[in-house]
Structures are given as structure tokens and as C-alpha cells.
Design a binder for this molecule. Structure first.
Ligand code: GLN
Length: 582
């Protein structure tokens, strides 16, 4: 097993996750099997209890793990399925060591950060790295370990020490470190001092990076590279520039151009690994498709405008997978995505008096968009604005996609304005609502909030007589059931289903017991779909999530064309022409 540690210096939030994922992708293109682990040095057991505006989107895995959004990047770039153990947090590792202490595993010993916690971290990494993550079902060859935060933070100290020890444990031919640093430009000049300092910090901790990846707004000048190499005691080839590019999909290309693959080959002695011919061919195919897709993107000029009406719009990372799914879908439609962010509370009546400018601007954005998306969310703030946006989309009619909360909102809007249940609401938004069309799921824990929602991969069964459904035509009529990832506490109240259905709201997908409403869709509308699950977690660049694809295609006025295209792709597949999903 080869390990690649991706650590950070200077500041966080400069794209370490994308560099880690891109490095993994490059290894896959030479046929290697790659897994990834993210270390988050915070005390939370998982990301599930954090507000998205705090730390970005909570990503959900098949096994129901609520994890850091970087795991989403790994799954998308590496086309793998990870488990909750692929995300280590301070909380998780302490809990693990403390449980062992209580069991008596360390009987007679004083349990310490070094060696007990640091050994536990290494054991965890070695165990998880070996879990198969792709369709080969074999042990991976390489595991990328991304360390959150920056070296020098108090929180990350035990993990840094564990990585120092891991390098000794596995041997230097099996361990490579990429340190991601920042080269700011001041007065037009690329400044290397912060990088020099960052390298000093990481060496002081006993580690010695093999590669220094320098984030910079412009391409690194030769003089900058030479200066970093000289002051940091490395060869110029070990300094890699990662400047701002048109999209994150370009980063693997940028790294490849600078010889990252051959550097990794040399340092990690990758030629010693025997790679089956089939994986080499598949890797080359992936690389060809990745390059073609990235460069063809540069020649797309027609746009499709989507209004994302949400409550966490102050931090765009809050909706990372949603944005990615829209991007994947826009690419499939050969359109440039023009995403407009609308704070749903700005659409509410109260804003029209308190801040009319914001109110009018928000409504202008909704009214001029080609499609309206209401994503997942929690709590009352901004939900009346979402109901108003759903109403606009339904009646105009404009394509609408409601994800999780967005589906519940569409049901509330329909109940109020079509069924005439004037005070229809959700227990989550108003505990005393007289007509709770959305209610708390009976089996969900009301006391403990960590990891207790209805989580992870679960089946949705398409109901009889729903062959007319536009969404079904994209999933393919031959599929009577689909699996998607979930994360919710509330559900559409079964007591109201009859009334809603009679008034024309179709529940085309339900859970395997027929009790839980999973998909709504309106007939005679260009695209009005709500899903209780989060399809964005399974979207891939070359295999966009179907609810998103249909929504973007309908917004671009090309749904029929895309459905046709999907059908012919499927028959190509049946004819044995393979496509690799990346
Ligand atoms: N708050 C809603 C629920 O718990 C929706 C959750 C979500 O959008 N992820 O059911």
C-alpha cells in the first residue's frame, strides 16, 4: 500500500481537496486502484451536526455516514464508493481510544496522545486504506490522506505526529507528501516567504514534503519556482504550480503537464506494482474522456440560467454537490451554467417592506431564470420565500426541482393553493400547524440529534401507471426501482396523500413499504419534480444525476433531445461500446 499525504500550509481553503482528488485521478489514469481518507481535526464525531454555512455541505455516503464535503470530491473524481470510516475526526478517534480504555485494552498503562492516540490513528488509516472502493472489489494500491486545516494548528498536532510515524512504519518508498502552500501576489510580485515559512513549520514537525504545490492566481514564474526550490532545499521539479484555471476540472491537466505522474512513479516506485492490462486501458480511456470534456467546455457559450433559492447562500460550498450536479448536467446539455443565488428570505413579504430593493432584485432573478431549484435545508427561516418560488414555478409554468426540503415545500404549496388547505404546513417549520402535510417520521430519535436522521442509500419503487413520468424516462422505464441517498427527519404525511393525489399531485415513487413518499411529479408541466432524497450525492461528470439532468434539460428547452440521446447511449452500451463514468 502506497500513501500520499496531502497537507496544507499558510491558510486553509485554497483547494487542497481538489489537488488531492486530482492527484488520485492521475494515479487512476495509469491503472492504479485509489482510495482516499480525509482527516478533519475538529471535535465533532462527524459533520452531521454542523451548519453548512460553518463548514460547507454535509456529504452523505451510501452507508449513511455524514461526512466532510471533500469525500464528495473523491467519490466524483475517483468514481469510488467510500464509507464513514474514510473520514477521521478528532472526536471519532478519541471516542475510539476512550472506548478501548474503558474496555480495559490498555490495562495497567497510562493512556497518552503519543503513543496510544497516534498508533490508533495509524492503525485506522492502514485498516481503512485496504477496503475495496471500486467495482474491481480489490484492495486499493494507493491511499490519499488529506489532512484538514494547516500544519501548525493545535488541533492537527496529533495527526501530524501520527503521519510522521506512519512514514517510518510503512517505509519511505511507500509514503509521499504533497504540501499545499500559497504564493500571494503583492504589488505584482509573487511572494515566496509564506511558503518558506510553511515548509519550516512542517519540517519542524518532523515531516519533509516531497512536493510543494503552490496555489497562485497566476502561473508560477521560473524565478519564483527557483527561489522556493533554493530556500526550501528541494529540486525545482518538486515545486508544482497550481494557478487559477477556468474550472476545477482543469487541475488534473495542469498537474499532469508538470510531470506529477513521473515524479510519483519515481518516489513511490510505482513501476513495482503489477497492473492488469484491463485497468491500464480503462485508465487511458478515463484520461481521454476527461481531457476531451474539459477542453470542449471552453467552446460552449450558450447559457442556461438556474435560480438556486436557498437559505445558506452566503457560503457557496453549502451546496457543493448541488452545484456539481448542475454543472455535470449543463455539460451534458452543452450549455454553460449561469447559476444565480437567491436568498429565499428575500422573496418574503416582510422583505418587501424592510428592504424593497433586495425583494425586487430577488424576484427579478427568480422571474428571469430558466429553472428554479429549491435545495435541502433545515429550520423555518426563508421557507415562506421558497413556497412563493415553488408557486411561481408551478403556475408560470417554469421547470422546478425540489430536493428534500424543496420537495416538502412543493407539497405545502400544492396543499395550500390547489387543495385549498390554507394553513398547510410542516411540523418542522411550525410545531402547531393545524394541517401538518409534512410530519416528523415516527421512528426518528427526538433526543439525540447526531447521526439519527433517515440516512444513506435506500430504494425508491416507481408506482404502477407512472410510465408517463418525465423523470422515469430518464432513469429508464426498465428500472422499476432506484437507489439514492437520503438525509431527513420529516416526511410527507400519509394522511394527506389521498387529497393531494386527487387534486393532481402524483407520488410516482415510494419507499419499499409503500409508506414513505419519495418522488412527486406534475403531469402537464415542463418539469415539476420533487425528491425526498439527495440525488446530487451520486452525480458524476459523465453520468449526471437524472433528476438534475432532466431539470437542466427542461430549463434549456431540450428535454426531448436529452431523453433521445440517453436512449441511444443505452443501446450503444448494449452493443458493447463501453463508457467509463468519471
Ligand atoms: N429539514 C427537512 C427534514 O429533516 C429536510 C432535510 C433536508 O433537506 N436534507 O426532513
Amino acid at each position: 500500500m502506497k500513501y500520499i499525504l496531502v497537507s496544507g500550509g499558510v491558510i486553509s481553503g485554497i483547494g487542497k481537496g481538489v489537488i488531492a482528488s486530482s492527484t488520485g485521478l492521475l494515479l487512476k489514469t495509469i491503472g492504479l486502484k485509489v482510495s482516499a481518507i480525509k482527516v478533519d481535526p475538529y471535535m465533532n464525531i462527524d459533520a452531521g451536526t454542523m451548519a453548512p454555512t460553518e463548514h460547507g455541505e454535509v456529504f452523505v455516503l451510501d452507508d449513511g455516514g455524514e461526512v466532510d464535503l471533500d469525500l464528495g470530491n473523491y467519490e466524483r473524481y475517483l468514481n469510488v464508493t467510500l464509507s464513514k470510516d474514510n473520514n477521521i475526526t478528532t472526536g471519532k478517534i478519541y471516542q475510539h481510544v476512550i472506548e478501548r480504555e474503558r474496555r480495559g485494552d490498555y490495562l495497567g498503562k497510562t493512556v497518552q496522545i503519543v503513543p496510544h492516540l497516534t498508533s490508533a490513528i495509524q492503525d485506522w488509516v492502514e485498516r481503512v486504506a485496504r477496503i475495496p472502493v471500486d467495482d474491481t472489489n480489490e484492495e486499493p494500491d494507493v491511499c490519499i490522506i488529506e489532512l484538514g486545516g494547516t500544519v501548525g494548528d493545535i488541533e492537527s498536532a496529533p495527526f501530524i505526529e501520527a503521519m510522521r510515524q506512519l512514514r517510518r512504519r510503512v517505509g519511505k518508498d511507500n509514503f509521499l507528501q504533497i504540501h499545499v502552500s500559497l504564493v500571494p501576489i503583492v504589488g505584482g510580485e509573487q511572494k515566496t516567504k509564506p511558503t518558506q515559512q510553511a515548509i519550516r513549520d512542517v519540517r519542524f514537525a518532523g515531516l519533509s514534503p516531497d512536493l510543494i504545490a503552490c496555489r497562485c492566481s497566476r502561473a508560477l514564474e521560473k524565478a519564483t519556482t527557483d527561489k522556493i526550490a533554493m530556500f526550501c532545499q528541494v529540486e525545482p521539479e518538486q515545486v508544482v504550480g497550481v494557478h487559477d484555471v477556468a474550472s476545477t476540472y482543469h487541475v488534473p491537466l495542469l498537474l499532469e503537464k508538470q510531470g506529477l505522474v513521473s515524479l510519483m512513479r519515481d518516489i513511490l516506485k510505482l513501476d513495482g506494482i503489477s497492473i492488469p492490462q484491463s485497468l491500464i486501458a480503462r485508465g487511458q480511456d478515463t484520461w481521454r474522456q476527461w481531457r476531451a470534456l474539459t477542453t470542449s467546455q471552453e467552446r460552449i457559450f450558450e447559457t442556461v440560467t438556474i435560480a438556486l433559492v436557498g437559505k445558506y447562500v452566503s457560503l457557496h460550498d453549502s451546496y457543493l454537490s448541488v452545484i456539481k450536479s448542475l454543472e455535470h448536467s449543463a455539460m451534458a446539455c452543452r450549455k454553460k451554467l449561469n447559476l444565480v443565488w437567491v436568498d429565499s428570505s428575500h422573496l418574503e413579504k416582510a422583505t418587501s417592506t424592510s428592504n424593497p430593493e433586495l425583494y425586487h432584485k430577488a424576484w427579478h432573478e427568480v422571474c428571469t431564470a430558466d429553472g428554479i431549484l429549491v435545495p435541502g435545508g433545515f429550520g423555518h427561516r426563508g421557507t415562506e420565500g421558497m413556497v412563493a418560488a415553488a408557486n411561481w414555478a408551478r403556475t408560470k409554468p417554469k421547470p422546478y426541482l425540489g430536493i428534500c426540503l424543496g420537495m416538502q415545500i412543493a407539497v405545502i404549496e400544492f396543499a395550500r393553493n390547489v387543495c385549498g388547505i390554507a394553513d398547510a404546513g410542516s411540523i418542522e417549520l411550525d410545531a402547531n400547524t393545524p394541517d401538518p402535510v409534512v410530519k416528523y417520521m415516527p421512528e426518528i430519535d427526538k433526543v439525540n440529534l447526531g447521526g439519527t436522521m433517515r440516512l444513506g442509500l435506500r430504494p425508491t419503487i416507481f408506482q404502477p401507471d407512472t410510465e408517463w413520468s418525465k423523470l422515469r424516462s430518464l432513469y429508464g422505464l426498465e428500472h422499476t426501482s432506484i437507489d439514492e441517498r437520503h438525509r431527513h427527519r420529516y416526511e410527507v404525511n400519509p394522511d394527506y396523500i389521498d387529497r393531494l393525489e386527487k387534486a393532481g399531485l402524483n407520488f410516482i415513487g415510494k419507499d419499499d413499504r409503500g409508506e414513505r413518499m419519495e418522488i412527486i411529479e406534475l403531469k402537464n408541466h415542463p418539469w415539476y419534480v420533487g425528491v425526498q432524497f439527495h440525488p446530487e450525492y451520486l452525480s458524476r461528470v459523465l453520468a449526471p444525476s437524472k433528476p438534475y439532468l432532466g431539470f437542466v434539460a427542461a430549463s434549456a428547452g431540450m428535454l426531448d433531445e436529452i431523453v433521445q440521446q440517453m436512449r441511444s447511449q443505452e443501446s450503444e452500451l448494449a452493443d458493447g461500446i463501453s463508457r467509463v463514468a468519471i
